[in-house]
Design a protein around this ligand. Structure first.
Ligand code: ARG
Length: 586
């Protein structure tokens, strides 16, 4: 679909061209002075520099040509040739008709789609999901839906942390508590029990003990490291026990992610590439890319012009075990070979930026994906009101499960206070509260620029006023009820502007194309949150200023009902990209 902005840019480019100037100067943008005009074009200044003439003159000449196009109700030239552009209502009528006819309600489509892997899970087997994983899940899910929407072929991978030191720590901890289990008997020839000796709650209890012990006691740490290396070398008992850890963890993870509406196409983990690392290192050693350093095998990634020193990427540690860096490099190879990945985007805490810089450079050097095909879409932390990473009241790491319960409880209380759906059945009200709670949490997270930190403020998140998830759900449900109360308008009834609020709503709807493009190319879902909020507000002003279902004039009523319908369609579309579920009623 050609967006309104594309159409206006097209006209302005033709005008610059006709003045023998580069058409690229005709780029039209949404005005930063909407009180003057909805659009502006600032190309005259740069065009004048290039042509060494007077910008004001160019501005006037281009304006004169644009006036002839008949597409503008008003054009003014400001300062050094800035053009303020107001399209005619006829142009807006055409724009809204195109938008209604578009199955994506104006969302931008990528001309040349790519095969992309999104890596946005990263939970660690044995450690319960905590708030740190919340942002990866929520942002990653939104980026997955967004990329699919614009046309990319996308696979979401959870990339479980199932191969590091924490596995050795757990194995040694279980061995201490239950030394008689067959997993620890080197003479045992199997088969090992099919039933897991531990539950996910056991793991949650065992891991902190093991990790604390390793911090305090060097001998414990050495044991855990040795167990990790043995596991990686394939000791059968350790592998069997490890498989139980992975299986019970996956089950719990599916439940928690499911509650958030987050799904993965691939449930792979670091361990899946263990067989690749040896051959890869061998091949890269032969090519001189992997080199020896203090008994370890590394890839040098520093460059002379680096501002900060970048340490080499560890491929194989001196004790023979592999780590986070080597699994990430080998996973790139796997994703290329198995899925034809042309791009990998990692939605991981910003604090891992150095790790990804090392991995990307190493992958590039190794002839896997080039650096510009690898992206770290890092995110800031969710902080408590004290400005530090969010913790429970007693200072512990908050489990995601408990956080979700907290938000849903709060949403339930709000719904009771607001007397929403007081006549509905208990189950429906509980379902509404669940959706409101999850929407509150997700929208609060997504509406902050990905890269910034934000403060967890439950009261604000679940408020029905302001830029919140509940406000948007309410806006969508309200439009739906306006439509439900009226007779459906004829499907071909044209949308025609009769009030300024309708013009504003159409202009807002028309901006969806560029919002989707910007959110996609910058991997910034908050741009879509801004759009959704702006749209809900524009509808609200329209709703206040205009009669809709009870408008007496048939053609005006039909036009307004169809405008309401396309607003609902686009709002639902963008909320769906954000991964936010709208209840049927509230
Ligand atoms: N498991 C890691 C962590 O909790 C995150 C993994 C992110 N993905 C990746 N490919 N490195 O820190």
């Amino acid at each position: 679909m050609e967006s309104l902005l594309d159409r206006l840019t097209q006209l302005a480019s033709e005008a610059f061209s006709a003045e023998n100037l580069d058409p690229a100067f005709g780029r039209v943008q949404v005005s930063d002075r909407p009180d003057l005009a909805p659009f502006q074009c600032n190309g005259a200044l740069a065009a004048a520099k290039a042509a060494k003439t007077n910008p004001r003159q160019i501005g006037e000449a281009v304006a004169a040509r644009l006036r002839q196009s008949g597409a503008f109700a008003d054009i003014t030239v400001a300062g050094p040739g800035f053009l303020n552009l107001t399209p005619t209502d006829e142009v807006l009528h055409k724009a809204i008709a195109d938008l209604v006819a578009d199955p994506a309600f104006g969302a931008w489509q990528r001309p040349a789609p790519e095969k992309m892997i999104l890596d946005y899970g990263g939970p660690n087997v044995a450690k319960p999901l905590h708030v740190g994983h919340l942002r990866a899940a929520i942002i990653g899910e939104a980026l997955k839906r967004l990329s699919r929407q614009v046309g990319d072929e996308v696979l979401g991978d959870i990339h479980l942390g199932d191969w590091g030191l924490q596995m050795g720590q757990l194995i040694t901890q279980v061995a201490l508590e239950s030394p008689d289990l067959p997993y620890f008997d080197a003479a045992f020839t199997g088969p090992y029990p099919t039933e897991s000796p531990v539950t996910v709650d056991d793991l949650a209890r065992l891991y902190p003990i093991a990790s604390a012990a390793c911090k305090e006691d060097e001998a414990r740490l050495a044991d855990a490291q040795a167990a990790t290396a043995e596991l990686q070398r394939g000791r059968p008992g350790y592998r069997a026990l490890w498989q139980h850890f992975v299986d019970v963890s996956k089950e719990a993870l599916r439940r928690d992610y499911g509650e958030l509406g987050v799904t993965f196409d691939l449930w792979k983990g670091e361990a899946d590439v263990q067989d690749r690392i040896g051959p890869l290192v061998e091949q890269l050693t032969a090519q001189g890319i992997v080199v020896e350093s203090d008994g370890a095998q590394v890839i040098e990634v520093a460059r002379p012009d680096d501002k900060k020193e970048l340490p080499p990427l560890m491929m194989i540690k001196s004790n023979g075990s592999v780590g986070y860096g080597s699994t990430d490099v080998a996973t790139i190879e796997e994703r290329m070979e198995e899925f034809g990945a042309e791009r990998i985007v990692y939605v991981v805490d910003q604090r891992q930026a150095q790790h990804f810089e090392q991995v990307f450079r190493a992958a590039d050097k190794a002839g896997l994906l080039a650096e510009d095909q690898l992206e770290h879409a890092g995110f800031g932390t969710m902080n408590g009101k004290d400005g530090r990473p969010f913790k429970t009241r007693d200072g512990g790491v908050l489990r995601l499960r408990d956080l979700i319960d907290m938000v849903i409880d709060k949403a339930t209380a709000r719904i009771e206070e607001g007397n929403f759906g007081s006549s509905y059945a208990v189950e429906e009200r509980a379902e509404i509260a669940r959706k409101v709670g999850i929407a509150a949490l997700k929208f609060a997270d997504l509406s902050n620029p990905r890269t910034t930190d934000y403060v967890f403020d439950l009261d604000r998140f679940v408020a029905f006023e302001g830029k919140t998830g509940p406000y948007l759900l309410y806006a969508a449900v309200r439009i739906r009820s306006v439509l439900a109360r009226a007779d459906a308008p004829p499907a071909d009834a044209p949308i025609r502007i009769s009030e300024p609020a309708e013009r504003d709503l159409i202009l807002t709807l028309a901006r969806y194309t560029e919002a989707v493009e910007a959110a996609y190319s910058r991997r910034m879902p908050h741009i879509l949150c801004d759009h959704a909020f702006g749209l809900a507000q524009a509808f609200s002003r329209f709703y206040t200023a205009c009669r809709i279902g009870d408008e007496a004039r048939d053609d005006v009523r039909a036009s307004r009902l169809r405008l309401s319908q396309v607003t609902l369609d686009q709002l639902s579309h963008v909320l769906d990209i954000l991964g936010i579920d709208v209840p049927p009623r509230m």
